[in-house]
Design a protein around this ligand. Structure first.
Ligand SMILES: Nc1ncnc2c1ncn2[C@@H]1O[C@H](COP(=O)(O)OP(=O)(O)OP(=O)(O)O)[C@@H](O)[C@H]1O
Length: 309
């Protein structure tokens, strides 16, 4: 588990992280989201003891990272895949990490196999593609078989196969009971991978939620209903306390009643339905809405879009 408590980081006059508290529990993938400059990387550096908090604290399984004698056995992290000495082979790089952390040599070939780099083990890292470098970074994170894993933008620059591979790997690591914490500004990808979300903006917590709850809380959720007897149905629904509006094409836009309730009501009154479709604000749209005021740099805002569930 990772626990941040009132974490603050200031660089001179810049407050990168501003009183941030959150929990990333074991056994789940927690997505760490926020616009550019929100403070994600700074927070991750503090989790790993690479930066000291100005105030507050962050612990990994109850202790600060710097309190561990063999940290690679506690936390595996991929922060910058290209930050590896290019002259070494993948195997030598991992061997060096293993030896300096008291990790058995046999783990090196195990993790190379696990990330699909067995055939490239003796190649110089400098010649690796971004995808291969990401895999090597993940191999290094897995080396100490740690209960906590952290990845900063792990799918950046990967092709669809690589993205799908990482998604499956992260879920299976969480399935083994590990804590998986990963940052991204891609809500669409996060929606497929994460169970829980920690969303920050300008160094502050905006939401700590599950993907399902974030979707359910969307202000734009409603039921779209078409019927040849729309006026009668609208009256019945309004009598029952639902709010009924009209779409430009004449369809009803209903909130305050579920699709099941509307269907049951129509059937009981013998009213025919041509369409009954729950409409949900997309996760991406919900995220944009939440972080709108926190984005430092944003290209022209687009109108909210609704997509069917
Ligand atoms: N070493 C530093 N010195 C000064 N300012 C810094 C330093 N590191 C980060 N910052 C500032 O802190 C803020 C948060 O940056 P950070 O890199 O943590 O954000 P981020 O959420 O990871 O952004 P991105 O998604 O663009 O990677 C930014 O305003 C950044 O300019």
């Amino acid at each position: 588990m990772i626990e941040a408590d009132a974490l603050v980081k200031r660089y001179g006059g810049v407050t990168a992280v501003d009183g941030l508290s959150f929990t990333a529990p074991s056994g789940s993938v927690t997505g760490f989201l926020g616009p550019n400059g929100a403070g994600k990387s700074t927070t991750m550096r503090m989790i790993l003891g690479l930066d000291a908090p100005t105030a507050g604290s962050v612990t990994v399984n109850g202790r600060p990272y710097t309190g561990y004698r063999r940290p690679l056995r506690e936390v595996g992290a991929l922060l910058d895949a290209k930050a590896v000495a290019g002259g070494r082979s993948a195997r030598d790089h991992l061997m060096w990490l293993a030896l300096s952390n008291g990790i058995p040599r046999s783990r090196v070939d195990e993790v190379l196999g696990q990330v699909g780099l067995a055939a490239a083990a003796r190649k110089k890292v400098g010649g690796f593609s971004l995808g291969m470098a990401q895999r090597l970074g993940i191999a290094a994170a897995l080396l100490g078989d740690p209960p906590v894993l952290m990845f900063d933008e792990p799918v950046n620059g990967l092709d669809p196969d690589g993205v799908a591979w990482i998604r499956t790997l992260l879920k299976s690591l969480a399935g083994e009971g590990r804590t998986v914490f990963l940052s991204s500004h891609l809500m669409s990808e996060m929606a497929l991978t994460a169970d829980r979300l920690v969303i920050i903006g300008r160094g502050r917590l905006i939401a700590e939620t599950t993907v399902a709850d974030l979707l359910a809380a969307g202000g734009g959720n409603h039921i779209r209903v078409r019927s040849a007897e729309a006026d009668d149905l609208a009256r019945l629904l309004t009598d029952r306390g639902a709010a009924v509006g009209r779409e430009p094409d004449g369809a009803l836009r209903v909130t305050g009643a579920t699709a099941d309730e509307i269907g049951d009501l129509a059937r009981a009154r013998g009213l025919g339905l041509l369409e009954l479709s729950p409409q949900r604000m997309s996760l991406e749209q919900r995220y944009m809405e939440l972080t709108r005021d926190a984005a430092d740099y944003r290209s022209g805002d687009s109108a909210p879009t609704l997509s069917a569930k």
